[in-house]
Write a protein that binds this ligand. Structure first.
Ligand code: CU
Length: 602
Protein backbone atom coordinates (compact mmCIF):
# COMPACT_ATOMS: atom_id res chain seq x y z
CA UNK A 1 0.00 0.00 0.00
CA UNK A 2 2.82 2.42 0.85
CA UNK A 3 4.53 1.35 -2.40
CA UNK A 4 1.42 2.45 -4.32
CA UNK A 5 1.97 5.89 -2.83
CA UNK A 6 5.60 5.98 -3.95
CA UNK A 7 6.97 5.80 -0.41
CA UNK A 8 9.03 2.63 -0.86
CA UNK A 9 12.22 2.56 -2.88
CA UNK A 10 14.79 -0.12 -3.47
CA UNK A 11 16.67 0.76 -0.28
CA UNK A 12 13.73 1.51 2.00
CA UNK A 13 13.57 -0.32 5.31
CA UNK A 14 10.86 -0.24 7.98
CA UNK A 15 12.74 0.96 11.05
CA UNK A 16 9.41 0.88 12.89
CA UNK A 17 5.93 -0.29 11.98
CA UNK A 18 3.10 -0.39 14.47
CA UNK A 19 -0.54 0.29 15.09
CA UNK A 20 -1.60 3.91 15.19
CA UNK A 21 -4.28 3.39 17.79
CA UNK A 22 -7.56 5.26 17.37
CA UNK A 23 -8.14 8.19 19.73
CA UNK A 24 -9.34 7.15 23.17
CA UNK A 25 -12.82 8.66 22.82
CA UNK A 26 -13.39 6.57 19.71
CA UNK A 27 -12.23 3.37 21.39
CA UNK A 28 -14.37 3.96 24.48
CA UNK A 29 -17.43 4.68 22.32
CA UNK A 30 -16.90 1.52 20.25
CA UNK A 31 -19.60 -1.13 20.31
CA UNK A 32 -19.15 -4.60 18.76
CA UNK A 33 -20.26 -4.69 15.15
CA UNK A 34 -19.38 -1.07 14.45
CA UNK A 35 -16.92 -0.41 11.63
CA UNK A 36 -13.35 0.39 12.68
CA UNK A 37 -10.48 1.98 10.92
CA UNK A 38 -7.07 0.32 10.92
CA UNK A 39 -4.19 2.81 10.87
CA UNK A 40 -0.46 2.23 11.10
CA UNK A 41 2.61 4.32 11.71
CA UNK A 42 5.83 3.58 9.85
CA UNK A 43 9.27 5.10 10.27
CA UNK A 44 10.99 4.51 6.96
CA UNK A 45 14.73 4.64 6.39
CA UNK A 46 16.44 4.84 3.03
CA UNK A 47 19.64 2.93 3.70
CA UNK A 48 21.32 4.41 0.62
CA UNK A 49 20.79 8.08 1.49
CA UNK A 50 19.90 8.07 5.18
CA UNK A 51 16.65 9.89 4.43
CA UNK A 52 13.97 9.13 6.99
CA UNK A 53 10.21 9.48 6.67
CA UNK A 54 7.50 9.38 9.30
CA UNK A 55 4.30 7.98 7.82
CA UNK A 56 0.78 7.47 9.13
CA UNK A 57 -1.50 5.55 6.79
CA UNK A 58 -4.97 4.06 6.85
CA UNK A 59 -5.12 0.45 5.73
CA UNK A 60 -8.90 0.67 5.66
CA UNK A 61 -9.01 3.65 3.31
CA UNK A 62 -5.70 2.74 1.61
CA UNK A 63 -4.68 6.36 2.11
CA UNK A 64 -1.56 8.06 3.42
CA UNK A 65 -2.68 10.56 6.06
CA UNK A 66 0.75 11.93 6.86
CA UNK A 67 4.22 11.55 5.38
CA UNK A 68 6.98 13.88 6.52
CA UNK A 69 10.67 13.71 5.80
CA UNK A 70 12.57 13.96 9.08
CA UNK A 71 15.42 16.33 9.81
CA UNK A 72 17.49 13.68 11.57
CA UNK A 73 19.84 16.20 13.21
CA UNK A 74 16.88 17.86 14.91
CA UNK A 75 14.24 15.11 15.12
CA UNK A 76 16.53 12.15 15.86
CA UNK A 77 17.32 9.08 13.80
CA UNK A 78 14.97 6.19 13.08
CA UNK A 79 15.44 3.32 15.54
CA UNK A 80 18.21 0.81 14.88
CA UNK A 81 17.15 -2.05 12.66
CA UNK A 82 18.16 -5.69 12.98
CA UNK A 83 20.10 -5.15 9.73
CA UNK A 84 22.01 -2.23 11.29
CA UNK A 85 23.00 -4.43 14.22
CA UNK A 86 23.99 -7.39 12.02
CA UNK A 87 25.81 -5.25 9.47
CA UNK A 88 28.38 -3.93 11.91
CA UNK A 89 30.50 -7.08 11.78
CA UNK A 90 31.48 -6.67 8.12
CA UNK A 91 31.94 -2.91 8.47
CA UNK A 92 34.52 -2.93 11.27
CA UNK A 93 36.35 -6.00 9.98
CA UNK A 94 36.82 -4.28 6.61
CA UNK A 95 38.58 -1.34 8.26
CA UNK A 96 42.34 -1.57 8.09
CA UNK A 97 42.96 0.76 11.05
CA UNK A 98 40.66 -1.30 13.24
CA UNK A 99 42.32 -4.57 12.14
CA UNK A 100 45.75 -3.12 12.95
CA UNK A 101 44.54 -1.95 16.34
CA UNK A 102 43.18 -5.45 17.01
CA UNK A 103 46.50 -6.98 15.93
CA UNK A 104 48.35 -4.71 18.40
CA UNK A 105 46.14 -6.31 21.04
CA UNK A 106 47.16 -9.76 19.86
CA UNK A 107 43.89 -10.48 18.05
CA UNK A 108 44.37 -11.69 14.49
CA UNK A 109 41.69 -14.37 13.96
CA UNK A 110 38.85 -11.98 13.16
CA UNK A 111 36.31 -14.82 12.83
CA UNK A 112 36.42 -15.02 16.62
CA UNK A 113 35.86 -11.29 17.17
CA UNK A 114 32.33 -10.21 18.16
CA UNK A 115 31.76 -6.49 17.62
CA UNK A 116 28.87 -5.10 19.69
CA UNK A 117 26.70 -2.54 17.88
CA UNK A 118 26.03 0.23 20.41
CA UNK A 119 23.83 3.28 20.02
CA UNK A 120 25.86 6.43 19.50
CA UNK A 121 24.01 9.01 21.61
CA UNK A 122 24.36 12.71 20.83
CA UNK A 123 27.48 14.46 22.08
CA UNK A 124 27.97 17.25 19.56
CA UNK A 125 30.98 15.39 18.13
CA UNK A 126 32.20 17.21 15.02
CA UNK A 127 31.00 15.61 11.80
CA UNK A 128 28.32 13.44 13.42
CA UNK A 129 25.37 15.82 13.10
CA UNK A 130 22.61 14.28 11.01
CA UNK A 131 24.77 11.22 10.34
CA UNK A 132 23.45 7.75 11.22
CA UNK A 133 26.05 6.43 13.66
CA UNK A 134 26.86 3.45 15.84
CA UNK A 135 29.78 2.90 18.18
CA UNK A 136 31.47 -0.46 18.45
CA UNK A 137 33.26 -2.17 21.34
CA UNK A 138 34.57 -5.64 20.65
CA UNK A 139 34.85 -8.96 22.42
CA UNK A 140 36.75 -12.08 21.40
CA UNK A 141 35.98 -15.79 21.64
CA UNK A 142 38.36 -18.69 22.25
CA UNK A 143 36.15 -20.84 20.03
CA UNK A 144 32.74 -20.39 18.38
CA UNK A 145 30.79 -21.57 21.48
CA UNK A 146 32.82 -19.42 23.88
CA UNK A 147 30.89 -16.48 25.39
CA UNK A 148 32.73 -13.39 24.16
CA UNK A 149 31.62 -11.13 27.05
CA UNK A 150 34.34 -12.78 29.16
CA UNK A 151 37.03 -11.39 26.84
CA UNK A 152 36.58 -7.66 26.11
CA UNK A 153 39.17 -6.12 23.82
CA UNK A 154 39.38 -2.79 25.60
CA UNK A 155 40.82 0.61 24.78
CA UNK A 156 39.42 0.53 21.25
CA UNK A 157 36.16 1.95 19.89
CA UNK A 158 35.09 2.25 16.27
CA UNK A 159 32.66 5.02 15.31
CA UNK A 160 30.66 3.78 12.32
CA UNK A 161 28.59 5.67 9.76
CA UNK A 162 25.82 3.21 8.89
CA UNK A 163 24.86 4.87 5.62
CA UNK A 164 28.41 5.06 4.29
CA UNK A 165 28.99 1.62 5.77
CA UNK A 166 32.44 2.42 7.14
CA UNK A 167 34.43 3.29 10.20
CA UNK A 168 34.80 7.08 10.30
CA UNK A 169 36.76 7.42 13.51
CA UNK A 170 38.80 5.17 15.75
CA UNK A 171 39.44 5.75 19.45
CA UNK A 172 42.58 3.73 20.10
CA UNK A 173 43.85 4.16 23.64
CA UNK A 174 45.53 1.90 26.16
CA UNK A 175 46.59 -1.63 25.28
CA UNK A 176 44.90 -3.53 28.10
CA UNK A 177 45.30 -7.25 28.66
CA UNK A 178 42.33 -9.32 27.43
CA UNK A 179 40.84 -11.22 30.39
CA UNK A 180 41.42 -14.93 29.83
CA UNK A 181 39.07 -16.81 32.17
CA UNK A 182 36.07 -18.26 30.29
CA UNK A 183 32.54 -17.27 31.30
CA UNK A 184 30.76 -20.28 29.87
CA UNK A 185 27.85 -20.83 32.24
CA UNK A 186 26.41 -23.33 29.73
CA UNK A 187 29.52 -25.52 29.66
CA UNK A 188 29.36 -28.45 32.11
CA UNK A 189 33.16 -28.57 32.08
CA UNK A 190 33.17 -25.10 33.64
CA UNK A 191 30.17 -25.22 35.98
CA UNK A 192 30.51 -28.84 37.07
CA UNK A 193 27.76 -31.48 37.23
CA UNK A 194 24.18 -30.33 37.87
CA UNK A 195 22.99 -30.88 41.44
CA UNK A 196 20.74 -33.90 41.96
CA UNK A 197 19.15 -32.92 45.28
CA UNK A 198 16.14 -30.98 43.97
CA UNK A 199 13.01 -33.13 43.85
CA UNK A 200 10.23 -32.42 41.33
CA UNK A 201 7.61 -29.72 41.87
CA UNK A 202 4.46 -30.11 39.79
CA UNK A 203 1.87 -27.37 39.37
CA UNK A 204 -1.43 -29.08 38.66
CA UNK A 205 -4.69 -27.45 37.59
CA UNK A 206 -6.74 -30.54 36.71
CA UNK A 207 -9.77 -28.46 35.69
CA UNK A 208 -7.67 -25.97 33.70
CA UNK A 209 -6.97 -22.35 34.53
CA UNK A 210 -9.65 -19.98 35.88
CA UNK A 211 -9.11 -17.42 33.15
CA UNK A 212 -10.50 -17.33 29.64
CA UNK A 213 -8.75 -16.11 26.54
CA UNK A 214 -10.79 -15.01 23.55
CA UNK A 215 -8.47 -13.70 20.86
CA UNK A 216 -6.47 -11.08 22.74
CA UNK A 217 -9.13 -10.52 25.39
CA UNK A 218 -8.51 -11.99 28.82
CA UNK A 219 -11.05 -12.42 31.60
CA UNK A 220 -10.23 -13.64 35.09
CA UNK A 221 -12.06 -13.22 38.39
CA UNK A 222 -13.75 -9.96 37.42
CA UNK A 223 -10.68 -8.61 35.61
CA UNK A 224 -10.99 -7.96 31.91
CA UNK A 225 -8.37 -6.61 29.52
CA UNK A 226 -6.89 -6.88 26.07
CA UNK A 227 -3.27 -7.84 25.52
CA UNK A 228 -1.22 -6.07 22.85
CA UNK A 229 2.30 -6.31 21.60
CA UNK A 230 4.28 -3.53 19.94
CA UNK A 231 7.66 -3.66 18.22
CA UNK A 232 8.87 -0.79 20.39
CA UNK A 233 7.08 -1.11 23.74
CA UNK A 234 6.72 -4.90 23.85
CA UNK A 235 3.80 -6.12 25.93
CA UNK A 236 0.95 -3.61 26.32
CA UNK A 237 -2.27 -3.83 28.35
CA UNK A 238 -5.47 -2.22 27.15
CA UNK A 239 -8.75 -1.24 28.81
CA UNK A 240 -8.07 -3.04 32.05
CA UNK A 241 -11.24 -3.17 34.13
CA UNK A 242 -12.41 -4.87 37.28
CA UNK A 243 -16.08 -5.88 37.63
CA UNK A 244 -16.80 -3.65 34.63
CA UNK A 245 -15.21 -0.65 36.35
CA UNK A 246 -12.36 0.79 34.26
CA UNK A 247 -8.98 1.17 35.96
CA UNK A 248 -6.27 1.56 33.31
CA UNK A 249 -6.92 2.51 29.70
CA UNK A 250 -3.42 1.57 28.49
CA UNK A 251 -0.24 0.47 30.24
CA UNK A 252 3.15 0.16 28.55
CA UNK A 253 6.89 0.57 28.92
CA UNK A 254 7.36 3.92 27.19
CA UNK A 255 11.15 3.89 27.46
CA UNK A 256 14.01 2.18 29.20
CA UNK A 257 17.45 3.61 29.59
CA UNK A 258 20.74 1.99 30.56
CA UNK A 259 23.33 4.71 31.26
CA UNK A 260 26.90 3.79 32.27
CA UNK A 261 29.15 5.56 34.74
CA UNK A 262 32.66 5.43 33.24
CA UNK A 263 33.68 8.98 32.13
CA UNK A 264 36.79 7.85 30.19
CA UNK A 265 37.35 8.38 26.45
CA UNK A 266 36.49 4.78 25.57
CA UNK A 267 33.01 4.56 27.10
CA UNK A 268 31.72 8.01 28.20
CA UNK A 269 29.03 7.67 25.50
CA UNK A 270 27.51 4.42 26.76
CA UNK A 271 23.80 4.90 27.36
CA UNK A 272 21.20 2.80 25.67
CA UNK A 273 17.54 3.63 25.10
CA UNK A 274 16.43 0.03 24.78
CA UNK A 275 12.87 0.89 23.74
CA UNK A 276 13.33 3.98 21.54
CA UNK A 277 16.69 3.05 19.97
CA UNK A 278 16.68 -0.75 19.97
CA UNK A 279 12.90 -1.46 19.88
CA UNK A 280 12.69 -3.84 22.81
CA UNK A 281 9.57 -5.53 21.40
CA UNK A 282 11.55 -6.57 18.31
CA UNK A 283 13.92 -8.53 20.57
CA UNK A 284 11.20 -10.68 22.15
CA UNK A 285 12.02 -14.37 22.53
CA UNK A 286 9.83 -17.49 22.38
CA UNK A 287 9.04 -18.94 25.79
CA UNK A 288 9.32 -22.59 26.75
CA UNK A 289 6.90 -24.53 28.95
CA UNK A 290 8.52 -25.75 32.15
CA UNK A 291 11.40 -23.28 31.85
CA UNK A 292 9.97 -19.79 31.56
CA UNK A 293 6.44 -20.62 32.65
CA UNK A 294 5.33 -23.32 35.04
CA UNK A 295 1.84 -24.79 35.24
CA UNK A 296 -1.22 -24.47 33.05
CA UNK A 297 -0.05 -21.98 30.43
CA UNK A 298 -1.69 -20.20 27.55
CA UNK A 299 0.59 -18.55 25.02
CA UNK A 300 0.06 -15.74 22.57
CA UNK A 301 2.28 -15.16 19.55
CA UNK A 302 3.69 -11.75 18.66
CA UNK A 303 3.49 -10.46 15.13
CA UNK A 304 6.29 -8.04 14.34
CA UNK A 305 7.38 -6.16 11.24
CA UNK A 306 10.36 -7.44 9.29
CA UNK A 307 12.75 -4.94 7.62
CA UNK A 308 10.60 -5.03 4.47
CA UNK A 309 7.42 -4.38 6.45
CA UNK A 310 6.17 -7.94 6.06
CA UNK A 311 4.96 -9.72 9.19
CA UNK A 312 7.22 -11.99 11.16
CA UNK A 313 5.62 -14.20 13.79
CA UNK A 314 7.29 -15.00 17.10
CA UNK A 315 5.54 -18.03 18.59
CA UNK A 316 4.85 -18.18 22.33
CA UNK A 317 6.01 -14.61 22.92
CA UNK A 318 3.48 -13.86 25.67
CA UNK A 319 2.72 -16.20 28.55
CA UNK A 320 -0.50 -16.17 30.58
CA UNK A 321 -0.92 -18.23 33.70
CA UNK A 322 -2.36 -18.25 37.18
CA UNK A 323 -0.18 -18.47 40.30
CA UNK A 324 -0.78 -19.11 43.95
CA UNK A 325 0.42 -15.96 45.76
CA UNK A 326 0.50 -16.96 49.42
CA UNK A 327 -1.94 -15.93 52.11
CA UNK A 328 -4.61 -13.41 51.07
CA UNK A 329 -5.89 -12.82 54.59
CA UNK A 330 -6.05 -14.63 57.89
CA UNK A 331 -7.34 -14.25 61.42
CA UNK A 332 -7.36 -16.37 64.54
CA UNK A 333 -9.72 -14.67 66.97
CA UNK A 334 -9.01 -14.63 70.66
CA UNK A 335 -12.67 -14.18 71.66
CA UNK A 336 -14.72 -16.17 69.15
CA UNK A 337 -12.25 -18.93 68.32
CA UNK A 338 -12.85 -18.15 64.66
CA UNK A 339 -9.88 -19.29 62.54
CA UNK A 340 -10.10 -18.32 58.88
CA UNK A 341 -7.50 -18.22 56.10
CA UNK A 342 -7.85 -17.49 52.41
CA UNK A 343 -5.23 -17.89 49.74
CA UNK A 344 -4.27 -15.20 47.23
CA UNK A 345 -3.88 -15.80 43.55
CA UNK A 346 -2.56 -13.74 40.71
CA UNK A 347 -2.85 -13.75 36.95
CA UNK A 348 0.54 -13.34 35.28
CA UNK A 349 1.00 -11.82 31.82
CA UNK A 350 4.65 -11.89 30.83
CA UNK A 351 7.24 -11.76 28.10
CA UNK A 352 11.04 -11.79 27.86
CA UNK A 353 13.27 -9.80 25.55
CA UNK A 354 16.99 -10.33 24.85
CA UNK A 355 18.82 -7.09 24.08
CA UNK A 356 22.52 -7.72 23.45
CA UNK A 357 24.07 -8.97 26.67
CA UNK A 358 21.00 -8.44 28.86
CA UNK A 359 17.65 -10.24 29.13
CA UNK A 360 14.60 -8.51 30.55
CA UNK A 361 11.37 -10.09 31.72
CA UNK A 362 8.21 -8.01 32.02
CA UNK A 363 5.56 -9.55 34.27
CA UNK A 364 2.26 -7.85 34.92
CA UNK A 365 0.39 -9.29 37.91
CA UNK A 366 -3.33 -8.90 38.56
CA UNK A 367 -4.45 -9.94 42.05
CA UNK A 368 -7.79 -10.98 43.50
CA UNK A 369 -7.77 -7.94 45.82
CA UNK A 370 -7.56 -5.44 42.94
CA UNK A 371 -3.81 -4.90 43.07
CA UNK A 372 -1.85 -4.49 39.84
CA UNK A 373 1.90 -4.92 39.84
CA UNK A 374 4.65 -4.76 37.28
CA UNK A 375 7.83 -6.71 37.97
CA UNK A 376 10.74 -6.19 35.59
CA UNK A 377 13.39 -8.87 35.82
CA UNK A 378 16.93 -8.15 34.65
CA UNK A 379 19.18 -11.12 33.94
CA UNK A 380 21.65 -12.29 31.31
CA UNK A 381 25.27 -11.18 31.16
CA UNK A 382 26.60 -7.87 32.49
CA UNK A 383 28.47 -5.66 30.06
CA UNK A 384 32.22 -6.02 30.58
CA UNK A 385 35.52 -4.18 30.29
CA UNK A 386 39.11 -4.73 31.23
CA UNK A 387 39.43 -4.12 34.96
CA UNK A 388 41.98 -1.50 35.86
CA UNK A 389 43.11 -1.70 39.51
CA UNK A 390 41.37 0.77 41.77
CA UNK A 391 38.69 1.68 39.22
CA UNK A 392 35.92 3.93 40.56
CA UNK A 393 33.60 2.89 37.72
CA UNK A 394 33.57 -0.92 37.68
CA UNK A 395 33.62 -4.07 39.82
CA UNK A 396 36.19 -6.79 39.16
CA UNK A 397 34.00 -9.88 38.59
CA UNK A 398 36.68 -12.32 37.33
CA UNK A 399 40.48 -11.93 37.12
CA UNK A 400 41.14 -8.74 35.13
CA UNK A 401 37.49 -8.53 34.05
CA UNK A 402 35.46 -5.44 34.94
CA UNK A 403 31.69 -4.96 35.01
CA UNK A 404 31.08 -1.21 34.66
CA UNK A 405 28.56 0.49 36.98
CA UNK A 406 25.28 1.40 35.31
CA UNK A 407 21.58 1.98 35.86
CA UNK A 408 18.44 0.40 34.40
CA UNK A 409 15.72 3.06 34.36
CA UNK A 410 12.25 2.33 33.02
CA UNK A 411 9.36 4.64 32.24
CA UNK A 412 5.94 3.06 32.65
CA UNK A 413 3.26 5.00 30.83
CA UNK A 414 0.04 4.51 32.77
CA UNK A 415 -2.95 5.97 31.02
CA UNK A 416 -5.36 5.76 33.95
CA UNK A 417 -9.16 5.64 33.84
CA UNK A 418 -10.17 5.06 37.46
CA UNK A 419 -13.94 4.62 37.22
CA UNK A 420 -13.95 6.91 34.20
CA UNK A 421 -11.74 9.12 32.10
CA UNK A 422 -11.56 12.23 34.28
CA UNK A 423 -9.06 11.66 37.07
CA UNK A 424 -6.77 13.66 39.34
CA UNK A 425 -3.63 12.86 41.33
CA UNK A 426 -3.16 13.40 45.05
CA UNK A 427 0.30 13.12 46.58
CA UNK A 428 -0.21 11.32 49.88
CA UNK A 429 2.43 10.98 52.57
CA UNK A 430 3.15 10.82 56.25
CA UNK A 431 3.22 14.18 58.04
CA UNK A 432 5.04 14.40 61.34
CA UNK A 433 3.44 16.68 63.96
CA UNK A 434 5.65 18.59 66.42
CA UNK A 435 5.13 18.43 70.17
CA UNK A 436 2.74 21.20 71.23
CA UNK A 437 -0.58 21.98 72.88
CA UNK A 438 -2.44 19.77 70.40
CA UNK A 439 0.19 17.04 70.65
CA UNK A 440 1.22 17.09 74.31
CA UNK A 441 2.76 13.63 74.28
CA UNK A 442 4.44 13.93 70.89
CA UNK A 443 2.91 10.77 69.46
CA UNK A 444 0.86 12.49 66.75
CA UNK A 445 1.27 11.95 63.06
CA UNK A 446 -1.15 12.38 60.22
CA UNK A 447 -1.62 12.03 56.50
CA UNK A 448 -0.80 14.90 54.17
CA UNK A 449 -2.74 15.07 50.92
CA UNK A 450 -1.70 17.47 48.18
CA UNK A 451 -3.57 17.70 44.89
CA UNK A 452 -1.28 18.07 41.85
CA UNK A 453 -3.19 20.64 39.83
CA UNK A 454 -1.03 21.42 36.83
CA UNK A 455 1.66 19.62 34.84
CA UNK A 456 4.27 21.98 36.31
CA UNK A 457 3.37 20.77 39.83
CA UNK A 458 3.41 17.10 38.88
CA UNK A 459 7.11 16.36 38.20
CA UNK A 460 7.68 14.57 41.50
CA UNK A 461 10.30 12.60 43.38
CA UNK A 462 9.54 9.63 45.60
CA UNK A 463 10.37 9.81 49.31
CA UNK A 464 10.51 6.50 51.13
CA UNK A 465 11.06 8.29 54.47
CA UNK A 466 7.47 9.59 54.37
CA UNK A 467 5.99 6.69 52.36
CA UNK A 468 5.03 9.02 49.51
CA UNK A 469 2.46 7.59 47.08
CA UNK A 470 0.37 9.10 44.32
CA UNK A 471 -3.33 8.38 44.40
CA UNK A 472 -5.17 8.55 41.13
CA UNK A 473 -8.66 9.58 42.18
CA UNK A 474 -11.90 10.04 40.36
CA UNK A 475 -13.25 13.21 42.01
CA UNK A 476 -16.72 12.54 40.59
CA UNK A 477 -17.08 9.03 42.06
CA UNK A 478 -17.21 8.15 45.72
CA UNK A 479 -17.50 4.95 47.71
CA UNK A 480 -20.29 4.30 50.24
CA UNK A 481 -18.46 6.48 52.79
CA UNK A 482 -18.25 9.46 50.46
CA UNK A 483 -14.53 9.06 49.80
CA UNK A 484 -13.29 9.51 46.21
CA UNK A 485 -12.46 6.16 44.63
CA UNK A 486 -8.74 5.83 43.96
CA UNK A 487 -5.83 3.69 42.87
CA UNK A 488 -2.49 4.48 44.51
CA UNK A 489 0.79 4.27 42.63
CA UNK A 490 3.28 2.91 45.14
CA UNK A 491 6.84 3.50 43.94
CA UNK A 492 9.91 1.60 45.07
CA UNK A 493 11.76 4.93 45.42
CA UNK A 494 15.13 3.86 43.96
CA UNK A 495 17.78 6.26 42.69
CA UNK A 496 16.92 8.39 39.66
CA UNK A 497 19.26 9.18 36.76
CA UNK A 498 22.70 9.59 38.30
CA UNK A 499 24.36 11.57 35.50
CA UNK A 500 25.02 15.27 36.08
CA UNK A 501 22.23 17.63 34.99
CA UNK A 502 24.62 18.98 32.36
CA UNK A 503 25.26 15.56 30.80
CA UNK A 504 23.96 14.81 27.32
CA UNK A 505 21.93 11.88 28.64
CA UNK A 506 20.18 14.12 31.20
CA UNK A 507 18.79 16.23 28.37
CA UNK A 508 17.86 13.22 26.28
CA UNK A 509 16.29 11.24 29.15
CA UNK A 510 14.91 14.00 31.35
CA UNK A 511 12.02 11.66 32.19
CA UNK A 512 14.47 9.72 34.36
CA UNK A 513 15.18 12.72 36.60
CA UNK A 514 11.78 12.35 38.32
CA UNK A 515 9.84 9.35 39.62
CA UNK A 516 6.54 10.78 38.45
CA UNK A 517 5.23 13.02 35.74
CA UNK A 518 1.55 13.58 35.12
CA UNK A 519 0.44 14.94 31.77
CA UNK A 520 -2.86 15.57 30.08
CA UNK A 521 -3.75 12.78 27.65
CA UNK A 522 -2.79 13.47 24.05
CA UNK A 523 -2.79 10.63 21.51
CA UNK A 524 0.55 11.76 20.02
CA UNK A 525 2.32 11.80 23.42
CA UNK A 526 3.40 8.19 23.77
CA UNK A 527 7.12 8.04 24.50
CA UNK A 528 8.95 9.24 27.60
CA UNK A 529 12.07 10.32 25.67
CA UNK A 530 10.19 11.41 22.57
CA UNK A 531 9.38 9.75 19.27
CA UNK A 532 12.94 9.20 18.01
CA UNK A 533 15.50 9.09 20.86
CA UNK A 534 18.20 7.62 18.60
CA UNK A 535 20.86 10.41 18.39
CA UNK A 536 18.20 12.93 19.42
CA UNK A 537 19.86 16.09 20.76
CA UNK A 538 17.49 16.21 23.77
CA UNK A 539 14.48 17.93 25.25
CA UNK A 540 11.87 15.60 23.74
CA UNK A 541 9.24 13.47 25.41
CA UNK A 542 7.84 14.04 28.86
CA UNK A 543 9.51 17.40 29.63
CA UNK A 544 8.28 18.77 26.29
CA UNK A 545 4.77 17.42 26.89
CA UNK A 546 4.65 18.90 30.38
CA UNK A 547 5.94 22.28 29.20
CA UNK A 548 2.39 23.06 28.06
CA UNK A 549 1.54 23.17 31.80
CA UNK A 550 -1.99 21.88 31.23
CA UNK A 551 -4.63 21.46 33.88
CA UNK A 552 -4.53 17.88 35.21
CA UNK A 553 -7.11 18.17 38.00
CA UNK A 554 -10.18 16.17 37.02
CA UNK A 555 -8.97 15.67 33.44
CA UNK A 556 -8.00 12.82 31.14
CA UNK A 557 -4.49 12.19 32.48
CA UNK A 558 -1.46 9.97 31.97
CA UNK A 559 1.08 8.99 34.63
CA UNK A 560 4.71 8.43 33.66
CA UNK A 561 6.51 6.51 36.36
CA UNK A 562 10.29 6.10 36.45
CA UNK A 563 11.56 3.07 38.34
CA UNK A 564 14.59 0.85 38.09
CA UNK A 565 17.85 -0.23 39.61
CA UNK A 566 21.29 1.17 40.03
CA UNK A 567 23.62 -1.70 39.38
CA UNK A 568 27.00 -2.03 41.03
CA UNK A 569 27.70 -5.56 39.75
CA UNK A 570 28.67 -8.23 42.25
CA UNK A 571 30.95 -11.21 41.73
CA UNK A 572 27.72 -13.26 42.00
CA UNK A 573 26.46 -11.52 38.84
CA UNK A 574 29.16 -13.36 36.85
CA UNK A 575 29.19 -15.28 34.50
CA UNK A 576 25.40 -15.03 34.25
CA UNK A 577 23.39 -12.77 36.47
CA UNK A 578 20.69 -14.05 38.84
CA UNK A 579 17.41 -12.21 38.21
CA UNK A 580 17.26 -8.79 39.87
CA UNK A 581 13.81 -7.22 40.04
CA UNK A 582 12.25 -3.81 40.17
CA UNK A 583 8.77 -2.48 39.56
CA UNK A 584 5.80 -0.83 41.21
CA UNK A 585 2.32 -1.45 42.59
CA UNK A 586 -1.07 0.05 41.80
CA UNK A 587 -3.31 -0.57 44.80
CA UNK A 588 -7.01 0.22 45.22
CA UNK A 589 -7.68 2.85 47.91
CA UNK A 590 -11.36 3.39 48.63
CA UNK A 591 -12.14 1.87 45.26
CA UNK A 592 -14.10 -0.88 47.01
CA UNK A 593 -16.46 -0.45 49.95
CA UNK A 594 -14.76 -3.20 51.92
CA UNK A 595 -12.28 -6.04 51.49
CA UNK A 596 -13.18 -7.37 48.02
CA UNK A 597 -11.95 -10.91 48.77
CA UNK A 598 -14.41 -11.91 51.54
CA UNK A 599 -16.03 -14.35 49.12
CA UNK A 600 -12.87 -16.38 48.55
CA UNK A 601 -13.53 -20.02 49.39
CA UNK A 602 -11.90 -21.38 52.54
CU1 CU B 1 22.64 -4.19 35.32
Amino acid sequence: MLADHGLLGEHTRFAYLGLEEPPKAEVLAFRPGQPTERRVRAILLDTATGAATDVVASLTRRAVDHAAELDTARDGQPPLTLEDLDGIDDIVKADRGWREAMARRGVTDLDLVCPAALSAGAFGIAGEEGRRMLRVLSFVQDHPKDHPWAHPVDGLVAYVDLIEGRVVHLIDRELLPIPREPGNFDDPAQVGPARTTLRPIHISQPEGPSFTLDGDEVAWEGWRLRVGFDAREGLTLHQLSLHDRPVVYRASIAEMLVPYADPGPVRFWQNYFDAGEYLLGQQVVSLALGCDCLGEIRYLDAVLPGPDGRPRQVPNAICLHEEDAGVAWKHNDVFTGSAETRRMRRLVLSSFVAIGNYDYGFSWYLYLDGRIELEVKATGVVFTSSYVDGSRWATEVAPGLGAPYHQHLFSARLDMTVDGVDNAVDEVELERVPLGPANQYGNAFTRRVTRLRRESEAARTADAAVGRTWQVVNPARTNRLGQPVAYALEPQAGPLLAADAGASVSGRATFATRHLWVTRYHPAERYAAGDLPNQHPGGAGVPAYAAADRDIDGQDIVLWHTFGMTHFPRTEDWPVMPVASCGFTLRPVGFFDRNPTLDLPS
